[in-house]
Ligand binder design. Structure first.
Ligand code: AMP
Length: 194
C-alpha cells in the first residue's frame, strides 16, 4: 500500500492537488474537511457538533475526526493506498493514524508539505470564499483563526513525521500544473519502491 499525507496550511492547495493526485495514482482520497461538511449537510449529530468548531475556525475534537477516519479506512479494505488531506492535524491524530495503519499492516509512506506564504493563503481563501459556499472562507477573522490553529496545533505534525524522515517540503506557489509536477516527482520514485 502507498499512503500519502498531503500537508500544509489552509489554502495551500491540498484539495486542488489531491483531486489530480488521486486520478493519477488511484489512491482513495480521505479529506476530513469534506467528510465533516458531508456530515453537516446531512445534519447528523456529529455534523451539528462539528459545525460549532468549524464556524469559529477551530479544530474539531480529535476523537471525532479519528473515529471518522477509522470508519473510512474500514470502508475501503481493497484500496491500493490512501491520500490523507487535512488529516492528521494534531500530534494525537498522527499517533492514532499510525496505530490504525499498523493494524492494517501498513504505514505512512511520505508526507508532502506544501509551503505557501501567509499573505498568499489569506488572499486565496478569500477568493475561494467568493465561490466555494464555505462560510469559513469568506470571513477574514475566521480565516486568520484557522491559520492560528495551524501554527498552534498542526505545524507540529510535520515534526512528528520528521523523526521518521518522512517529510518533504514542496513549494506551493506558482501554477497548479507546476506544483502538481513537483509533487509527482517526489511520489513516482517512492511508489516504484513500495
Ligand atoms: P478543511 O476543509 O481541511 O480546510 O477543514 C475545514 C474545517 O474542518 C477546519 O477548519 C476544522 O474546523 C475542521 N477539520 C478538518 N479536518 C480536521 C482535522 N483533521 N481535525 C480537526 N478539525 C478538522
Amino acid at each position: 500500500m502507498f499512503n500519502l499525507i498531503l500537508f500544509g496550511p489552509p489554502g495551500s492547495g491540498k484539495g486542488t492537488q489531491s483531486e489530480q493526485l488521486i486520478a493519477r495514482y488511484g489512491l482513495k482520497h480521505l479529506s476530513t474537511g469534506d467528510l465533516l461538511r458531508s456530515e453537516i449537510s446531512r445534519q447528523t449529530a456529529l455534523g451539528l457538533e462539528a459545525k460549532k468548531f468549524m464556524d469559529k475556525g477551530q479544530l474539531v475534537p480529535d476523537e471525532v475526526v479519528i473515529g471518522m477516519i477509522s470508519s473510512a479506512l474500514d470502508e475501503h479494505p481493497d484500496a491500493r493506498g490512501f491520500l490523507f488531506d487535512g488529516f492528521p492535524r494534531t500530534s494525537a491524530q498522527a499517533e492514532a493514524l499510525d496505530k490504525l495503519l499498523e493494524l492494517k499492516n501498513t504505514s505512512i509512506s511520505v508526507m508532502l508539505a506544501l509551503d505557501v506564504s501567509e499573505e498568499e493563503l489569506v488572499k486565496r481563501l478569500l477568493k475561494r470564499g467568493e465561490t466555494s459556499g464555505r462560510s469559513d472562507d469568506n470571513n477574514e477573522q475566521v480565516i486568520r483563526a484557522r491559520i492560528v490553529e495551524y501554527h498552534n496545533k498542526t505545524a507540529a505534525v510535520a515534526d512528528y513525521y520528521k523523526q521518521f524522515d518522512k517529510v518533504v517540503m514542496v513549494p506551493g506557489e506558482g501554477s497548479i500544473a507546476h506544483i502538481f509536477d513537483s509533487l509527482c516527482k517526489e511520489i513516482d520514485p517512492r511508489m516504484a519502491e513500495a
